[in-house]
Design a protein around this ligand. Structure first.
Ligand code: SAM
Length: 286
C-alpha cells in the first residue's frame, strides 16, 4: 500500500528525481510554470470536458500544482485530486502552496506503471505530451490505465510549439524553426504533440470525443512581464540543451537571443501557439 500525503512522500530512489527527457529543467522552472498558469482557463476547459463535483481526478505532469488546485475547485464538494509529477522541487512547492485534504501529490514517473494509484473518474494531462515524442506509446497507455471504465480523459497540448510569430526578420524565423527541429531531434520534445491527440484517443477506443482549438501564448501589443519571463526561460533552455550552431549569427547564441528580444519587445509583433484540447469517454466494457 502506498501513502499519498499532502506533505509527506516516501520516495526511496535518488533524492531528486528529474527525468532526463524534461529539457526545460532549471532552477527557475517551478516558478515559471506557476507564474504562467491561468487557473480560470484551466477550470473552464476542465468543466467543458465534463469535470463536475464529486469526481476523482489525476493531474498527470502536474508541475507546481496550480492546475491541480484549479481542478479541485471543480470537484468540491465530494471530489479529490491527485497531482503526479517526477520533480521533487515542484512537488515540494505544490504541497506547500496548494496541498489540502482534497488535493494530494504523488511523486512518480508517468512512463512507469502507476497502477498503485488506482483509477480515476477524470484524467487530465496538459503540456506534458510535448515532452514525450518517442515515448508517446508508453505514455498514452499509462494515461489510459489511469482512467476508470466510463471515465473521462482530457488531454491538452500545443501544435507548432513556439513556431508561430509574425514580424520576424527572415534569419530569425529560419533559425527558430531550425532550433525547434534540432530540439526535437536531440530530445524527446514533440513540437506537434497537439495535432496527434484526437487520433491517439480515437485509436484507444474513446467515445464522445470532442475537440477545442484555441490560442496559447497569444501576445500582441506591449509585452507583459509574465510573457517576457516565460520566453526568456525558453531561450535559456534552448541555449542549455542544444548543440545548435547559430551559423546565421556571427555572435552566436547571444546575438540570436538579442535579436529575438528586440522582435519580442516590439508591440507590432504578433505571437500565438495553437492549443488543442481533446476529451473523450473510456468505454465501460474496454
Ligand atoms: C510543462 S510542465 C506542465 C505542468 C502542468 N501540467 C501545466 O499545465 O502547467 C511538465 C511537467 O512534467 C513533468 N514531467 C516531465 N516528464 C515526466 C515524467 N516522465 N513523469 C512525470 N512527470 C514528468 C515535469 O517535471 C514538469 O513539471
Amino acid at each position: 500500500m502506498i501513502v499519498i500525503s499532502a506533505y509527506v512522500f516516501c520516495y526511496t530512489g535518488t533524492e531528486t528525481m528529474t527525468p532526463q527527457a524534461y529539457f526545460m529543467e532549471s532552477s527557475e522552472e517551478t516558478f515559471r510554470l506557476d507564474n504562467k498558469t491561468d487557473m480560470t482557463t484551466v477550470l473552464s476547459q476542465a468543466r467543458w470536458a465534463g469535470l463536475h463535483p464529486g469526481m476523482s481526478v489525476a493531474d498527470v505532469g502536474c508541475g507546481p500544482g496550480k492546475t491541480s488546485a484549479a481542478l479541485l475547485e471543480a470537484v468540491i464538494p465530494g471530489g479529490r485530486v491527485v497531482g503526479i509529477d517526477a520533480s521533487t522541487e515542484r512537488l515540494d512547492f505544490a504541497r506547500g502552496q496548494y496541498g489540502s485534504e482534497g488535493l494530494q501529490f504523488y511523486q512518480g514517473d508517468a512512463l512507469n506503471n502507476l497502477d498503485e494509484l488506482g483509477t480515476f473518474d477524470f484524467v487530465w494531462c496538459r503540456f506534458f505530451l510535448e515532452y514525450h515524442r518517442e515515448s508517446a506509446d508508453k505514455l498514452y497507455a499509462n494515461l489510459d490505465r489511469l482512467v476508470r471504465p466510463g471515465g473521462i480523459l482530457c488531454l491538452i497540448d500545443l501544435d507548432y510549439n513556439c513556431m508561430t510569430h509574425f514580424g520576424l526578420p527572415p534569419r530569425l524565423e529560419a533559425t527558430i524553426h531550425q532550433i525547434v527541429g534540432g530540439v526535437a531531434n536531440e530530445t524527446d520534445f514533440d513540437p506537434f504533440a497537439g495535432r496527434r491527440i484526437y487520433t491517439r484517443m480515437y485509436d484507444l477506443g474513446y467515445t464522445e470525443l470532442d475537440v477545442q482549438v484555441s490560442a496559447h501564448h497569444l501576445i500582441f501589443g506591449p509585452l507583459a512581464e509574465r510573457d517576457r519571463f516565460n520566453w526568456e526561460q525558453k531561450l535559456k533552455a534552448v541555449a542549455r540543451q542544444t548543440s545548435f550552431s547559430f551559423e546565421n549569427y556571427p555572435g552566436g547564441y547571444d546575438e540570436f537571443a538579442a535579436e529575438f528580444r528586440t522582435f519580442f519587445e516590439d508591440p507590432r509583433r504578433f505571437t500565438y501557439t495553437p492549443m488543442i484540447l481533446c476529451r473523450g469517454r473510456k468505454p465501460s466494457m474496454k
